[in-house]
Design a protein around this ligand. Structure first.
Ligand SMILES: Nc1ncnc2c1ncn2[C@@H]1O[C@H](COP(=O)(O)OP(=O)(O)OP(=O)(O)O)[C@@H](O)[C@H]1O
Ligand SMILES: [Mg+2]
Length: 255
């Protein structure tokens, strides 16, 4: 079943159109990788799914229900956004942890704020869930460390736990390893692989082609704000049909 259906998404900054007619579907439990050269619109697309930007054309359905409609001004209002924003999580390239909070506090912060108004607010449950997520990320001995006491790979794993703490329907990653040394990249990719094997629905913008090929159910190649090729990784990455995809992957493998 489709968990996400994106149709005709458009976004301009001033007179520059950076997303032109982006359409794709994602099924529950699938991993989608998004590849493409710098400036092709990958981050902008993720930001539109997370409402950090508002697409100025197109529609998004989540689990078959209207999630965003560029023609409906209500969909840009804070009240509506705040109810929807927890459905799609985002892990940033540069981690964006709060420096004044420990790893555990970073993970527990959003659930605390989000559940504060609920009857039966349970601080103990929030903390035990936060600890379980950090354990799942292999960080059981780093829970009370501050971000400056953590390596880049550890920080990124805290950021992944923090995004998962809101139980999003879809977890998005924007180049999750590109700020990391090669030896720390592996530990983050391992965590993402394990999420994929547990059928977490994910959208991953990445330049790690081997990883994208191994872990994804679908791959999208973007160029100039358009999806020029999409399909199974063995097609898009191993046997690209479009001239631009072929060129991009060739440059890539030449380093
Ligand atoms: N807030 C903004 N205002 C104006 N232009 C923007 C803004 N954000 C992005 N752009 C432009 O939109 C285009 C797409 O940018 P985007 O960051 O989505 O590309 P990208 O595919 O993520 O690139 P990279 O691989 O370098 O991260 C670029 O030309 C960029 O300069
Ligand atoms: Mg980007």
């Amino acid at each position: 079943m489709s968990i996400l259906e994106v149709s005709g998404l458009k976004k301009s900054f001033g007179s520059t159109m950076v997303l032109c007619d982006i359409s794709f579907d994602l099924d529950e439990g699938e991993t989608l990788s998004v590849i493409g050269s710098s400036g092709s619109g990958k981050t902008t697309m993720l930001r539109c799914l997370n409402f950090l930007e508002f697409a100025d054309g197109g529609r998004i359905l989540l689990r078959g229900q209207p999630f965003y409609d560029s023609d409906d001004p209500l969909d840009r209002t804070p009240g509506v956004i705040s109810r929807k924003i927890t459905h799609i999580g985002l892990v940033f390239q540069s981690f964006n942890l709060f420096p004044q909070y420990t790893a555990l506090e970073n993970v527990c912060l959003a659930p605390r704020i989000n559940r504060a108004k609920e009857t039966g607010y349970d601080e103990g449950k929030i903390i035990s869930e936060g600890k379980a997520l950090l354990e799942q990320m292999g960080l059981e001995d780093r829970m009370n460390h501050y971000p400056h006491q953590l390596s880049g790979g550890q920080k990124q794993r805290v950021a992944i736990a923090r995004a998962m703490a809101m139980h999003p329907d879809i977890l998005c990653f924007d180049e999750p390893t590109s700020a990391l040394d090669p030896e720390l990249t592996g530990e983050v990719l391992k965590v993402i692989r394990s999420l994929a094997s547990r059928k977490t629905t994910m959208i991953i913008v990445t330049h790690e082609m081997a990883f994208a090929r191994d872990v994804s159910d679908k791959v999208i190649f973007m160029d100039g704000g358009r999806i020029v090729e999409q399909g199974r990784p063995e097609d898009v990455i191993e046997n690209p049909k479009n001239e631009r995809t072929i060129q991009f992957l060739a440059n890539y493998s030449n380093g």
